[in-house]
Ligand binder design. Structure first.
Ligand code: SF4
Ligand code: SF4
Length: 358
């Protein structure tokens, strides 16, 4: 992109070389002045309406409430939830997928080690000749502009493929060391994933690790059940903490991060039940300009305040989805973020996706 074509900040007019055209604001203006709710809605609408998804979690007065995640949608007749998996028909909240009967997901086996964000601390990733059963879930409770797995939206829009928990559990054969739910996100489909996991554990006599890669927005009761399974099976819960600043989080991900942070605190409280291997891992995507050393330092201080030994993985960003016009994470940014995380008190910090660094 030539300098002339580069987007400029609509508030200060500055061209920092890292202004995302999707946001139209430079990081400085976004962090210092924030965005109004209507502005956030406008930005996200553009990327969601082609998939039939509402720009913001619906708040219809007198509507049916869904409690499955922190968005707490209130749905009027015929309205779809923010994740696209709940709808109200004849006054009743219906699950299009993600309840205990059926899930919206694709799955496949990956030989270990994979590029799992916990691979550097998980003994499972070193299991010779074994495989990970990767479960790509087709919906999400966030709308991150930098989403690295944006294709999940195609599954949400088409509501296919639909799979049963029994069918998924059968795929956990003798070569399966671990099952990892990602996507998309497990949050709007926890009842499905929990049932499939229990069936797989039964089938395998408990010999399969149950892992979750999540934005952490699920109902706390569902997180408790997920942690029970991970703790007893040798698996872990991987929280992707996108940003700590609530305004920055809302702008980048479309919704707020309160539930994620509350859930992370809860997950940290369960570490003493099985400190090794760690049942909780955190990660953050280093989005150029928007998630730099200062923000990473804040996230790291939050984590370290709970337990300085929680492993924290910093991930290189690759231009995708609504943020195709940003550069890849530079080595300079990655090293500054690494240092900020260590200075905040974390003892186990790791740089992932190093092959992507510019
Ligand atoms: S799971 Fe979350 S996003 Fe989906 S309808 Fe329920 S509250 Fe809304
Ligand atoms: S939480 Fe993950 S899958 Fe969902 S929109 Fe954000 S980056 Fe994409």
């Amino acid at each position: 992109m030539s300098r002339k074509e580069r987007p400029v900040c609509r508030r200060c007019g500055g061209d920092w070389g890292t202004v995302s055209s999707a946001l139209g604001l430079c990081p400085e203006c976004l962090l210092s002045e924030g965005m109004e709710e209507e502005e956030v809605s406008e930005v996200h609408k553009r990327w969601r309406s082609p998939f039939g998804l509402p720009a913001m979690p619906p708040r219809t007065r007198g509507g049916n409430r869904c409690r499955m995640c922190g968005n707490l949608c209130f749905l009027g007749e015929g309205e779809r939830g923010f994740c696209g998996l709940r709808v109200v028909e004849r006054g009743k909240l219906m699950h299009l997928a993600g309840d205990a009967r059926h899930g919206l997901a694709e799955y496949y086996h990956d030989p270990l080690p994979t590029n799992c964000v916990a691979a550097w601390i998980c003994p499972g990733s070193r299991a010779r000749g074994k495989r990970n059963l990767a479960v790509f879930l087709g919906a999400c409770t966030f709308d991150c502009l930098f989403c690295q797995n944006a294709q999940y939206r195609v599954l949400t829009a088409s509501l296919a493929p639909i799979v049963s928990p029994e069918g998924l559990a059968e795929a956990a054969d003798g070569s399966t060391e671990c099952i990892c739910y990602f996507g998309g996100d497990p949050s709007p489909q926890m009842p499905f994933a929990l049932k499939a996991s229990r069936l797989a554990l039964e089938r395998r006599g408990g010999r399969v690790r149950i892992c979750w890669e999540t934005n952490g927005s699920m109902h706390p009761g569902l997180l408790r059940l997920a942690m029970d399974l991970s703790l007893t099976s040798g698996g872990c819960v991987k929280f992707d903490l996108k940003a700590l600043d609530p305004g920055l989080h809302r702008a980048l991900c479309g919704v707020d991060n309160r539930r994620t942070l509350e859930n992370f605190r809860y997950a940290a409280s369960r570490i003493p039940e099985r400190p090794d291997p760690p049942p909780l891992v955190a990660s953050t995507l280093l989005v150029p300009g928007y998630v730099e050393a200062e923000e990473v330092g804040r996230i790291a201080a939050f984590i370290a305040g709970l337990d300085p030994d929680i492993p924290y993985s910093l991930l290189a960003f690759y231009p995708r989805h609504a943020m195709c016009d940003l550069p890849v994470t530079s080595r300079r940014q990655a090293e500054e973020c690494l240092e900020a995380a260590r200075e905040a008190g974390l003892r186990r910090v790791h740089l992932g996706n190093v092959h992507l660094l510019a």
